[in-house]
Design a protein around this ligand. Structure first.
Ligand SMILES: NC(=O)c1ccc[n+]([C@@H]2O[C@H](COP(=O)([O-])OP(=O)(O)OC[C@H]3O[C@@H](n4cnc5c(N)ncnc54)[C@H](OP(=O)(O)O)[C@@H]3O)[C@@H](O)[C@H]2O)c1
Length: 277
């Protein structure tokens, strides 16, 4: 990466998605200097435009050549797209920040939440992964407590909005809600897992399944929270269990976290003070 430039060439893969759109908004609001933007998507959205800064940028289909001259590539178009195209971006000199689960557990890829393990950023080989959304907000709250008192067990329950399942799931919730309120049948074709055989209505409901069930009867989302927390906190002995529930809420995840710390004789107000730091 050429650091003396007056800005970076940034690619956003999945620029038309729920996450990609938010990435663009946040990038626009941040002081990070963007000299050139390459908004990328599948063939479906190629040719559409997106407003960024004072310019309209044309969205292009993501192909290996899209990454020529790119300094930073933000990936958020699903794991299979990352697996296929992130190495192509790295080959062409870009640093990839991958928002999908494709590389998170790869031992050569740092999984970073800056408030917890920022130093890992310097150990990358072209790809830096960022964790699952519910894991990020939890480890940010837990790290100061761990530093002050040690951490031994974490039991987390999440209450997750439909935005985490993408734009098509957000639309499904709206359509189901309208149908129920109009006394019509609510169609379920996407949730809880797009492409799976069984679908359930989320409107006026709660679904205790996010992603596919694994052989150990946890869902993949729950296993992501368990494994990613241990990797980010660099503690394979940390006991973690997770229950993840999808709620009929458009945006914003919530979670409750029960913890056991190493140190004896600490009262709740001391923990509150350390967490507020
Ligand atoms: N780390 C986190 O906190 C977090 C949170 C939520 C989601 N995610 C991950 O982020 C990814 C995107 O989620 P989302 O909610 O934004 O999904 P989404 O709303 O369904 O958007 C998907 C995006 O990917 C693009 N895309 C699909 N197939 C593609 C292909 N073959 N090549 C290039 N682009 C392609 C779509 O482009 P078109 O417009 O052309 O279809 C769209 O821009 C998922 O992997 C999800 O697991 C991570």
């Amino acid at each position: 990466m050429v650091l003396e430039t007056k800005g970076f060439h940034v690619a956003v893969v999945g620029a038309t998605g729920a996450v990609g759109k938010r990435m663009l908004e946040m990038l626009e609001d941040s002081p990070f200097p963007v000299k050139k933007l390459s908004p990328l998507s599948s063939k479906r959205s190629a040719g559409k435009t997106v407003q960024f800064g004072d310019k309209e940028w044309t969205i292009e289909e993501a192909v290996p050549e899209s990454f020529e001259g790119v300094d930073v590539a933000l990936f958020s178009a699903g794991g299979s797209v990352s697996k296929q195209l992130a190495p192509e971006a790295v080959k062409r000199g870009a640093v990839v920040i991958d928002n999908t689960s494709a590389f998170r557990m790869d031992k050569d890829v740092p999984l970073v939440v800056p408030e917890v393990n920022e130093k890992e950023l310097f150990n990358h080989h072209g790809i830096i992964a960022n964790p699952n959304c519910s894991t990020i907000q939890m480890v940010v709250a837990l790290e100061p407590i761990r530093k002050a008192f040690g951490l031994n067990r974490v039991l987390v329950s999440t209450y997750q909005a439909v935005s985490g399942a993408g734009i098509s799931a957000m639309l499904e919730l709206k359509n189901q809600t309208a149908a129920v309120l109009n006394g019509e049948k609510a169609e379920a074709n996407i949730l809880p897992v797009k492409g799976d055989a069984k679908h359930y209505q989320l409107a006026f409901n709660a679904i205790p399944q996010i992603d596919l069930f694994q052989p150990n009867d946890y869902t993949f989302e729950e296993m992501k929270m368990i494994n990613e927390t241990k990797k980010i906190m660099d503690d394979q002995d940390l006991k973690v269990s997770a229950t993840c529930v999808r709620l009929p809420v458009e945006i914003s995840h919530a979670e409750t976290v029960y913890i056991e710390i190493d140190k004896d004789g600490v009262d709740a107000s001391e923990i509150g003070e350390s967490a507020a730091c």
